[in-house]
Design a protein around this ligand. Structure first.
Ligand code: F6R
Length: 601
């Protein structure tokens, strides 16, 4: 997975390309490169490593380039991170940057080699440069169209030719957005990268290809027909995509959760009537006819799906199966199954593929996503947007809690339509839901207390997170956060399962975080690990009279109903992982080996 950018206009392209690329680094950052038009030629600069280092080399070379250029930040899929595998790839006067996977690249490579083309990289993308070069006579658009006719796979692509007065870009199954400036057009894999330059964007759709001049764009749809360009005005400001005074995007995004939750709820509920308004693309009669729900997701979004399992069963009387997308087999999908894909980016390849597979079995489909117009939205009958604004930190935080809230709204909606919840029950749940942002704010105010605890265990060799019921998925989420940003091996476990094996790992050196805000049963699990010498940090409800008798340290959280306390515990474990990683001096927003959006299977 990678990020691509391009610029055409009356400015020098280099500084704009580097700036927009840095805003896309969350998509991958093992190597980077730019190609700019300079004195009628193409000048390419690329290397393994960070964009900022490459920018210094560019400046040392006298910042070449005029009027147009393309750029790329890479996350290796085919071929290791190296100078040679970094994009742009060139062929004669053609340079390309590509995000996606060319599935038939080996076949194309053999063909092109027979025709005399020499390959200098191990990437799948290089075939695109040679193919376009092969077809390029005078018209770069025509050459790109002809080249793409031979390509199987996914792409967001930008093409530059020394003798062409315009750029070409195209997309299929990988995101791509154009931004219209004053006598300039910008291109990027997502909107936040463009915001310092323009708020007028054109979202490219699957199969589209465009000829981009400094003052206009000619867009062809998937059928090759010209389509009118629709400009969308972005209302959130560039600041929303900046750190806003926090040391890391992750910390900023953790603190944005009260607002993000409010946005997820806004305009969708009537507490007075106990009603939830969501456009699911399904009538109440269809909802009543449902026999089960099948949820598909990856990583943190999968944990949201696990919470939905217990909630949908209780609130709507619906059996639910939840599967990690990469392990999906469609045994349970029947025409009366509601298929639910959960993906904050809307672009996770495993989730998209599993949804496509599952949809062939019939039935209605829904997505919960944060990204408007993302690929998942084109696959399903209805979408619930979480409306969190862009999330830049690689670790999902505000998008996860907003997914939980979207799931709660959906559960109430299903429960009311199926008359499994009475209006009064729904009303009470909704009234409490409106208080959730304020409760999350109170957890955030405990940041200093949590920081001290985190720092005291920062050198632990291994962490355990335990929980039951709604808090079991949150224990998995706590362990995932600790692994991905603090690099500490961590286990999330159902409290009752400890004695069936993992208890053997518990020693006095293993901090155990017990999510203890729901029910008393977890207290016996706390006793089990205390008896093996472990320190236990309990997340407990304010005023719990018993917890002090069993836990070593306590973080008190506001009292609320169990499903909402899952959100509060999430915020506490996010802060715990954050302050641990911060104490260890780790690159929190860009953990090693990870990327924000995983567009490869
Ligand atoms: C962890 C994290 C990942 C994502 C996963 C799915 O903090 O962010 O585990 O949750 O890659 O991504 P989406 O939700 O975009 O499908």
């Amino acid at each position: 997975m990678c990020g691509i950018v391009a610029y055409i206009g009356d400015q020098r392209p280099g500084p704009i390309l580097f700036d927009t690329l840095k805003r896309l680094e969350y998509r991958g950052y093992d190597s980077a490169g730019v190609a700019v038009k300079s004195d009628g030629n193409i000048e390419v600069l690329k290397s393994a490593g960070r964009i900022a280092d490459l920018e210094k080399i560019y400046q040392m070379r006298g910042s070449p380039g005029e009027s147009m250029g393309i750029g790329h930040t890479r996350w290796a899929t085919h071929g290791r991170p190296s100078d040679i595998n970094a994009h742009p790839h060139t062929s004669g006067e053609i340079a390309i940057v590509h995000n996606g996977i060319i599935e038939n690249y080996l076949e194309l490579r053999d063909h092109l080699t027979e025709m005399g083309y020499q390959f200098s990289s191990e990437t799948d993308s290089e075939v695109l440069a040679h193919l376009i070069h092969f077809y390029y006579k005078k018209d770069l658009l025509e050459a790109t169209i002809k080249a793409l006719e031979h390509v199987e796979g996914s792409y967001a692509l930008a093409v530059l030719a020394a003798s062409s007065p315009y750029l070409v870009c195209a997309r299929k199954d990988s995101p791509l957005v154009l931004g219209q400036g004053k006598s300039a057009f910008y291109l990027a894999s997502d909107v936040p990268a463009l915001l310092p330059y323009t708020r007028d964007v054109i979202r490219m759709k699957d199969g589209e290809i465009a000829r981009v001049y400094a003052d206009r764009v000619e867009m062809l749809d998937a059928g090759g027909m010209p389509r009118a360009v629709e400009i969308e005005r972005i209302t959130w400001d560039a600041d929303a995509a900046e750190k806003g005074g926090y040391t890391h995007f992750m910390l900023k995004e953790i603190h944005e959760q009260p607002r993000a939750i409010r946005e997820t709820i806004a305009g969708r509920i009537s507490e007075i009537d106990g009603e939830v308004r969501l456009d699911l693309g399904m009538s109440d009669e269809e909802i009543r006819g449902l026999e089960r729900v099948s949820i598909i997701a990856c990583g943190t979004s999968y944990h949201a799906g696990m919470l939905a399992k217990n909630l949908f069963a209780r609130a709507a009387g619906l059996p639910v199966d939840v599967e990690v997308a990469s392990e999906f087999i469609n045994l349970q999908i029947r025409p009366r199954t509601l298929l639910l894909g959960i993906t904050q980016s809307g672009e996770t390849a495993d989730t998209l593929l599993a949804l496509k597979k599952a949809k062939t079995c019939g039935g209605r489909s829904l997505a919960i996503t944060n990204v408007v117009g993302s690929t998942v939205t084109g696959l399903v009958d209805g979408t619930i947007y979480t409306r969190c604004g862009p999330e830049i930190g690689v670790a999902a935080t505000k998008t996860f809690t907003s997914q939980l809230v979207a799931i709660i709204l959906l559960a109430i909606k299903l429960g009311r339509a199926r008359e499994h919840l009475t209006p009064d029950q729904a009303r009470k749940m909704l009234i409490e839901l409106t208080k959730l942002p304020g409760l999350v704010q109170r957890v955030l105010e405990k940041r200093e207390e949590i920081r001290k605890i985190a720092e005291s265990y920062a050198h632990a060799g291994c962490y355990f997170f335990i929980g039951r019921d709604y808090l079991y998925p949150i224990s998995l989420e706590g362990a995932l956060k600790m692994k991905e940003i603090a690099y500490i091996p961590s286990e999330g476990y159902a409290g009752g399962e400890l004695k069936h094996g993992p208890l053997a790992l518990i020693t006095e050196k293993t901090p155990v975080v017990a999510l203890a805000t729901c029910g008393r049963k977890i207290q016996s699990n706390i006793k089990e690990v205390r008896a093996r010498g472990a320190d236990v940090v309990a997340l407990a409800t304010e005023g719990d009279p018993d917890i002090a008798k069993v836990a070593s340290r306590i973080i008190e959280l506001p009292g609320t109903r169990p499903i909402y306390s899952a959100v509060l515990c999430t915020v506490a474990v996010q802060l715990l992982a954050y302050y641990t990683a911060n104490k260890l001096g780790l690159p929190i927003d860009k953990p090693r080996n990870l990327a924000k959006c995983v567009t490869v299977e």
